[in-house]
Design a protein around this ligand. Structure first.
Ligand code: NOJ
Length: 559
């Protein structure tokens, strides 16, 4: 396995709108980020991933880009951005930017031109089709509800939008589009950035003819993923991008890839294929979704988690590379989803962090995770801001689904759970802004905040610091082979990592009970060292049988 810096790094994701507001307009901004860089450095972060900061009308909070080479007004200026990257580099950290090129905003000049006439030079930058018998060109449903097609009066045709109707899909079949994207990427890399996180990048190649999706439900629209996820030309496009752009720079790339399998992930990330460095896969994020999709709630199970995580650990080992995450700006807070965000918030947040950071792959920390921020419950739908949530609510209410049922799903899965402002201290609005925040702060900020966490040796923040340090000290954490132990245990998730004659033993009690961990006989060792734990532990104590406390976690190094 090739050893490189991006395998050894820990990445921190910033969702700029919610990170830190420097000018009192209620919206986070670039200068706000710059003001908090020491906090990230102190945490031990190597790489910052910035969610989109480009010009945008904010239909989807910046994932609808109207100018890829300019900064969103609310976030500041290009000069602020230059200052940010300089300060990041001054501290020895790196910066990767979000690359959102499956679609642009409908306010991008390319689309403004494209919609003007059928013979406009930009027409083929997007995916336009005639309707069929007064209907959309096919039956695909948008990821944000409703048809994936929007009729445009001006030319009497429909355009494809896999997300909101203000996010028209770019036509990657058009070589001019690809060239524009590559030029833009080079422009940013020449400005000194260290790589890209690529938004739904495995959606860019659509199956020719855009066939109807098989429809099993009663809606007119159906999920057409098989016709655009990991499509026919995806590897060709990514290899071209790599050849034209990425190979010319020392940079890192992570492709967000819903629906990717381990075998496909190997194709995307194997060193000799020259596509991207690692993927964000979603299988573990789907463990608590029923057949109706993310809003169709179903409890996750420890067996499901073991199966999924272990499969990815095994199948990518030595063949590709994975990223490790349990939440981000699209997912609920990890401690609320997989832990106990009340009685055992500290213990379970630390256990989940250990569980994740000790696996093979590059760990990602999403802002606020490091202080154990939790999901939020707003009383009214009006307090929510996210387009996915609001579209779903509107559509399902129109179908007659009761308000209470929808709010329940939103409390568990809504994206605004992760987007409430970062809780910096216990002053008004959690110290995020002196104005009115664009999305309300979680009322628990008086207890859960960064100021408290930095000063408390027992905090989640200080635990993350330790975890991140360990990664720098023990190669086995980065490169070791993974093996699941006690596969059938109902409460304990335990595994080992092995590199040469070193072995890590990772023990995680996933629930509030007190199960006994029994060390499998085949794990023989001479010396042991306790690397980290979330309760007081006598490091010299026997480990053949351990009575675990609620959400207890320990990592031993065995030799
Ligand atoms: C994935 C992003 O993470 C999400 O926030 C966004 O809404 C969609 N892609 C569309 O860009």
């Amino acid at each position: 396995m090739i050893k490189t810096w991006w395998k050894e790094s820990v990445v921190y994701q910033i969702y700029p709108r919610s990170f830190m507001d420097s000018n009192g307009d209620g919206v986070g901004d670039l200068r706000g980020i710059t003001s908090r860089l020491d906090y990230l450095k102190n945490l031990g972060i190597d790489v910052i991933w910035l969610s989109p900061v480009y010009k945008s009308p904010n239909d989807d909070n910046g994932y609808d880009v109207s100018d890829y080479q300019d900064i969103m007004d609310e976030f500041g200026t290009m000069q602020d951005w230059e200052e940010l990257i300089t300060e990041i580099h001054n501290r020895g950290m790196k910066l990767i930017m979000d690359l959102v090129v499956n679609h642009s905003s409908d306010e991008h000049v390319w689309f403004q031109e494209s919609r003007k006439s059928k013979d406009n030079p930009y027409r083929d930058y997007y995916i336009w089709r005639e309707g069929q018998d007064g209907h959309e060109p096919n039956n695909w449903v948008s990821c944000f509800s409703g048809s994936a097609w929007q009729y445009d009066e001006q030319t009497g045709e429909y355009y494809l939008h896999l997300f909101s109707k203000k996010q028209p899909d770019l036509n990657w079949e058009n070589p001019k589009v690809r060239q524009e994207v590559y030029d833009m990427m080079k422009w940013w890399l020449d400005k000194g950035i260290d790589g890209f996180r690529m938004d739904v990048i495995n959606f860019i190649s659509k199956v020719e003819g855009l066939p109807d999706a098989p429809n099993h439900g009663d809606s007119r629209y159906a999920w057409g993923g098989e016709f655009f996820m990991n499509g026919p030309r995806i590897h060709e496009f990514l290899q071209e991008m790599n050849r034209e752009v990425l190979s010319k720079y020392e940079c890192m790339t992570v492709g967000e890839m819903p629906g990717v399998t381990p075998d496909e992930a190997v194709l995307y990330t194997a060193d000799d294929r020259h596509e991207v460095n690692m993927v964000f896969q979603f299988e573990h994020m789907d463990l608590d979704s029923g057949p109706g999709g993310k809003w169709d709630l179903k409890p996750w199970t420890l067996h499901g988690l073991k199966d999924t995580m272990s499969k990815w650990q095994r199948e990518l080992n030595g063949r590709g590379w994975n990223s490790l995450y349990l939440n981000n700006h699209d997912q609920p807070r990890l401690v609320s989803r997989f832990g106990d965000d009340q009685r055992y918030r500290l213990e379970s947040a630390k256990m989940l962090a250990t569980f994740l950071h000790m696996m093979q792959g590059t760990p990602y920390v999403y802002q606020g995770e490091e202080i154990g921020m939790t999901n939020v419950r707003f009383e009214t739908i009006e307090e929510y801001q996210d387009i996915e949530t609001l579209n779903m609510y509107r559509e399902k209410r129109a179908e007659g689904v009761p308000h209470e049922q929808l709010m329940k799903s939103i409390y568990v899965k809504g994206r605004d759970n992760a987007r409430t402002p970062v809780q910096w201290d216990d002053s008004a609005n959690a110290g995020f802004t002196t104005g009115t925040p664009w999305l309300k702060v979680n009322p628990n900020y008086t207890e859960i905040n960064a100021k408290q966490a930095i000063n408390d040796p027992n905090s989640v923040y200080n635990y993350y610091r330790q975890l991140i340090q360990l990664r720098k000290q023990h190669e086995v954490i980065v490169y070791g082979d993974y093996e699941l132990i006690l596969p059938d245990h109902e409460q304990i998730y335990a595994y080992t990592r092995t590199l040469g004659n070193e072995k890590l033993l990772v023990i995680c009690n996933f629930f509030g009970g007190e199960p006994v961990f029994t060390l499998p006989e085949e794990i023989a060792f001479g010396e042991k060292e306790l690397l980290i734990s979330n309760y007081e532990v006598d490091g010299a104590g026997e480990i053949g049988e351990i009575e675990l406390r609620p959400y207890e976690t320990r990592v031993y190094k065995l030799k």
